[in-house]
Design a protein around this ligand. Structure first.
Ligand code: SF4
Length: 339
């Protein structure tokens, strides 16, 4: 990669609209500039829930989740970014796909961002790579690594066709923590891939105790996607996961959050009281989780709702009565174990 050939990337429609001042109807603005590595055939992974995956070969490759990602030449994107990036964005996120020489290309793209000298933090979301690549990315100014583990357990990992193995991902998360440090490795988990609720809680507890952070996503069952029959998680399920993530990050263990009665998992009374008394604070759990300033507006949700991840505090303020009710209802229910 010597800079003479044309390199294309994809960028989320919201990112591009802000940079090019296009007048699309935007209910919420992204705080992060989202970039997706370009491949005309998509990713050579087999994840059944991802439009980019080759198992969903009949689908448009300019889409990811609910968002369209137009193709643009890297040079053109850099031009816009240099002019307006600092004013518009607080972070840049580059998401990789698996294709020939994708690692070299990611490094090249990151170098190009570094050369602009914008001083905007950069995240790279990538599948397992060697530790020397992680050191290289860190030396180029990347401050956080996103890891699309996606599945809540080895069982779901296999079921949804993730590439490599569960253990390879866990080792990669540990390597990334060695290189980038505490809470600077953000593991993507998708709620609603057929996992048991307690599997999701257990994996969050394990990852958080390793030192990672969690970015929660809701499964987006678009028609024609191989994962379509899995449907979408209920809001109640998702709110519980968001609250459990916050409690785990505050230092609680699962056995301090829940008790088991008659094969049901219930929130402890003192935890329910704590959440109720500080509901304004706990509602912040419903804001989009992940790297600082990653708000992914409408990535998982239609502008008509339901809203899994709330992209801004302003929107949270507008929805506060509904969200407070959802949170309190969600944690007042017990969950049947082993369903
Ligand atoms: S949490 Fe957001 S910014 Fe961070 S890697 Fe994931 S998508 Fe990118």
């Amino acid at each position: 990669m010597d800079g003479r050939e044309k390199i294309y990337i994809r960028t989320s429609i919201g990112t591009l609209a802000l940079l090019k001042k296009e007048s699309i109807r935007m209910f919420e603005k992204p705080y992060t500039a989202y970039i997706l590595q370009y491949s005309d055939k998509g990713c050579s992974g087999n994840c059944i829930f991802c439009i980019q995956s080759r198992v969903n070969s009949g689908l448009r490759k300019d889409m990811l989740a609910r968002i369209s990602w137009p193709k643009i030449e890297l040079r053109e994107f850099l031009h816009f970014l240099e002019k307006k990036g600092k004013r518009l964005f607080k972070r840049i996120c580059i998401q990789s796909v698996i294709k020939n020489e994708f690692i070299e290309e990611i490094i090249y793209i990151v170098k190009k961002f570094e050369e602009l000298g914008l001083d905007i933090p950069v995240s790279v979301a990538i599948t397992p790579v060697d530790k020397d690549i992680l050191y290289k990315l860190r030396s180029l100014g990347v401050d956080r690594i996103g890891v699309g583990l996606d599945a809540a357990s080895p069982r779901i990992f296999k079921l949804v066709g993730k590439p490599y193995t569960w253990n390879k991902y866990i080792n990669f998360i540990k390597d990334s923590l060695d290189v980038f440090g505490y809470r600077r490795v953000v593991v993507h988990l998708i709620a609603g891939l057929g996992e048991r609720e307690q599997e999701l809680y257990r994996v969050m507890e394990n990852l958080i105790s390793l030192g990672a952070d969690i970015a929660l996503f809701a499964h987006t069952p678009l028609p024609k996607l191989k994962s379509y029959p899995l449907g979408r998680p209920s809001i109640e399920y998702y709110r519980r996961a968001q609250i459990v993530r916050t409690l785990l990050l505050k230092g609680y263990r699962l056995n301090e959050i829940f008790y088991v009665r008659e094969n049901r998992l219930c929130f402890r009374e003192d935890i329910v009281d704590e959440v109720r008394e500080a509901i304004d604070l706990y509602m912040l759990s419903t804001l989009t989780s992940g790297c600082p300033w990653c708000n992914r507006p409408y990535y998982n949700e239609s502008p008509r709702g339901p809203f899994y991840n709330i992209p801004s505090t302003k929107m949270l303020e507008n929805l506060k009565n509904t969200i407070a009710k959802e949170v309190l209802e969600a944690i007042s229910k017990c969950i049947e174990l082993n369903q």
